[in-house]
Every structure is written in C-alpha cells, then in structure tokens.
Design a protein around this ligand. Structure first.
Ligand SMILES: Cc1ncc(COP(=O)(O)O)c(C=O)c1O
Length: 420
C-alpha cells in the first residue's frame, strides 16, 4: 500500500475518490471521542437504518389509520399483495426467478419449513452435513429435524472441521465428506465466524452428484456477495434481512426454492397463505398451492415488518450488487492491509478475496478476551465491532455506508489498545 494511504489524510482522500452511500443511512453518534459518529463494523450483525425506512413505514402505518380494513385493497401500497413488492428485489439480489423467491417469517423458521420439504431421510440416507462452526441456530435446527424423524442427532449430523492448524474449510475436503448416506447438505454461504465464502456452485454440484439435497443459509451472504442461486442449481436457501440488508432487528427473512421443485408433490406445512391468491377468499377447505415459492408461506404477512424490508431491498435494486461488491473488495482489502500492522491478533478470514465477503475476523492472541477488546474499542474509540467469545473479533466494512476513514479508525484503535 502507498504509505500515504495508511494515514488519516490518506483514508480521507480514498473516501473522496471512492464514496459509498452513507448519506442514505443514519449512523449512530459516537457519544464521546474524537469523531461525531461511530465507526460501525457490525453491519454483519445488524445493518444501519436507511433514512427512508422511517418515512415509508409511517406512510404504511398511516394507511391503517386512514383506511382501516379497506387498506387491504386501497392503501397506497395495498396490504393484500404487499409481499409481492418484495419478491422482485429479493429475487434479483439472490439470482432467483420471481417464482423461486419469497420474503416471509424469520430465518430459522424458514429453514425448518424448507427442511419439512427437503429433509426426507431414509434408513440408508439420513445424514445432514453442516459446518462445525455453523451458527448455533442452524445446528439446533438440523439436530431437532433429525430427532423429529427418529434419528439420533449425534449420528445424523456430520460436522465439517478445517484441517488441524487451518482456520477455514477447503472445498475438496467438504466434497469428500458427501457420502451416499447424506440426505442434506446445509451450509452457510459465508461462515458467520470466519467470514469464509464457500464455493456454493461447486459444493452444490458435488452434493447433487452424491445424491443429496443442497440448501444454503445465506444470512451472511445476502447483500454481501453476488449470488446466482437459480444458475447454481441450489435446491433451497434462506437468509435474514437484518444484517447486510439493513431491514432492522428481527426483520423478515427470505427463502428460495429452485424452479425444478415448484409444483412438485413435496410435503409442506400449509396455512391460508399457501394457497393461490386468486381463489384464497373462496375459503375452500383444501388449499391449492401455486407453483411458486409462495406456496411455502403459511400466514398473512405482517405489513409493518415488511415495510422496512421493502425500503431496504429497493436500495440494493437501485445500486446493484455488482457495484457494491466492487467497493466491498476495495474496502476490505484496505482494512486487511491496515490490520497487517496490528499485533493484537491475526486475520483468520481467507486472504483470497474470492473466498470471502466484506467481513474480516481477527483471532485475538494473549489473555485479552474478544468481548473485553470490543468494549474498549466501543467506549474508548467509538469503534463498534462484534466479539464472539472467547477470541474472535469480527469487523465488517459495509460498502453501502462504511468508509476508508472508519477502517483507519479501527486499525489505529487496535494498534493503540495493544501496542507492538
Ligand atoms: C448464519 C445464521 N443463521 C441463523 C441465524 C438465526 O437467525 P434468526 O434468529 O433470524 O432465525 C443467524 C443469526 O444471526 C445467523 O447468523
């Protein structure tokens, strides 16, 4: 790196040359320290609020005040087909067809609803492959699915571990584990702890060759890296909207089901939103599910929870994931170069940009715990990072609103906290 870029002045110059879209977001105040706003690196946990969210949510709320039940049809954004406003932007974000994509529920709920259809174990093929460092919710979900079908979780779940001395999984090692007793592969597209981006198309192809269904948890991938789920032949996927998508705490999640499974005779848990919209109000006792991912819906959707997702997805639609990824690669590479001079820990995220998203994870050395370090960064320097105890600090420069100056602040704070 040009040594000048590593200075505060250099960071500000990079920001002038390569600005993001910070003006679209509310950045929390720093509450003390040298700068008015926090340097926010926790967008991989909870994204910042788009400024338009408040206005547009209030519009939807006011439609209720002004119209009561008639808002279902007469609101500016009518409630009855409201979820369809989200389908297009969500489909474009993950590279799905319109019919393959739906926004509904929350992430783990969607994983369960999809596993009802796609985890159908038999005696000879009942195992589920996950990462050993899968997010705990996924681990609990697959274990409970195995038990639900009468299999012992310890026997049914194969947990993938990196080789001794390594931090990340190798694609070839993942593929080698896909034996003939594997019913389902369910991996994180981007690992929540290490930030490793998996080779989704290669693993999906290998899973299919082994006779397994391949599903992806895209919580850390959606809005972080470009995705092409339809083209990659992914069977199903689910993601949340509160991280890189900036739709707010606990925001509604997305789900994808590949076209070749739509309309197929699959087991599915149903409710009145699983039936086709055209005849829903005939109130028939039997559902008539559409040949689309909408068939996995169960209940009528919560409009005031959909509203922030709609606003947030429109930003991605407007700017485009490829443009964001390009800036993300530049920002993360810059942070990585600055972190090379930090002695508090070492980056465990893959060094190859193709194998990672925005996030860099630092494994902290010595006796300092990650939580303690995160607290010091927050209260002494106004830098918000995320700690996973005991020893991982996660920093995600988000291309929509993070700056080179934020990266410089984080690296300077880490250098000061534990000097060389
Ligand atoms: C990879 C991953 N899977 C699942 C979840 C759980 O999501 P939810 O609580 O929305 O079901 C999270 C939450 O952060 C996550 O990061």
């Amino acid at each position: 790196m040009n040594p000048e870029s590593a200075t505060e002045h250099g960071a500000l110059e990079l920001d002038a040359a390569d600005p993001g879209h910070r003006e679209l977001f509310d950045v929390p105040p720093a509450q003390g320290g040298d700068y008015p706003e926090v340097a926010y690196f926790a967008g991989n946990s909870l994204g910042l609020r788009p400024k338009a969210t408040r206005t547009e949510l209030l519009e939807d709320l006011d439609a209720w005040a002004g119209l009561g039940v008639e808002g279902h049809l007469d609101a500016g954004r009518p409630w009855l087909p409201y979820h369809e406003l989200l389908t297009g932007p969500a489909a474009r974000l993950v590279g799905g067809l319109l019919a393959e994509t739906v926004v509904m529920n929350s992430l783990t709920v969607n994983l369960h609803l999809l596993m009802v259809s796609f985890y159908r174990p038999t005696r000879s093929r009942h195992r589920i492959v996950i990462e050993d460092s899968a997010f705990p919710s996924d681990s609990y979900a697959v274990r409970s699915q195995a038990r639900f079908h009468g299999y012992g979780a310890e026997d049914a779940i194969i947990r993938l571990r990196p080789r001794p001395g390594e931090d990340n999984l190798r694609t070839a090692d993942v593929v080698e584990q896909l034996s003939s007793d594997v019913a389902l592969v369910l991996l994180g597209g981007v690992n929540y702890l290490t930030g490793e981006l998996m080779d989704i198309p290669a693993i999906t192809t290998a899973g299919h060759a082994a006779g397994a269904i391949v599903g992806w948890d895209l919580a850390h991938a959606a809005g972080n890296v470009p995705l092409a789920l339809h083209e990659w032949d992914v069977d199903f996927a689910a993601w949340c909207s509160y991280k890189y998508l900036n739709a707010g705490p606990g925001a509604l999640a997305g789900a994808f089901v590949h076209e070749r499974h739509l309309g197929a005779d699959l087991p599915r848990f149903e409710g009145w939103w699983s039936t086709e919209a055209a005849t829903r109000f005939e109130m028939a006792p039997e559902s008539r599910p559409p040949a689309s991912a909408d068939a996995w819906q169960v209940s009528n959707p919560p409009i005031f929870s959909m509203s922030p997702v709609r606003t947030a997805l429109e930003i991605f639609d407007r700017i485009g994931m490829e443009t964001l990824r390009a800036r993300s690669l530049r920002l993360t590479a810059y942070l990585e170069r600055l972190l090379a001079g930090v002695t508090v820990g070492r980056v465990i995220t893959p060094a190859d940009p193709v194998r990672r998203g925005a996030q860099l994870s630092l494994r902290i050395g010595g006796s300092l715990r990650a939580g303690e370090l995160a607290k010091r960064l927050r209260f002494e320097y106004g830098v918000i990072a995320d700690a996973r105890e005991p020893d991982v600090l996660r920093l995600a420069p988000v291309p929509l609103y993070s700056t080179y100056h934020d990266c410089w602040r984080a690296a300077s704070a880490l250098t000061e906290v534990v000097p060389a």
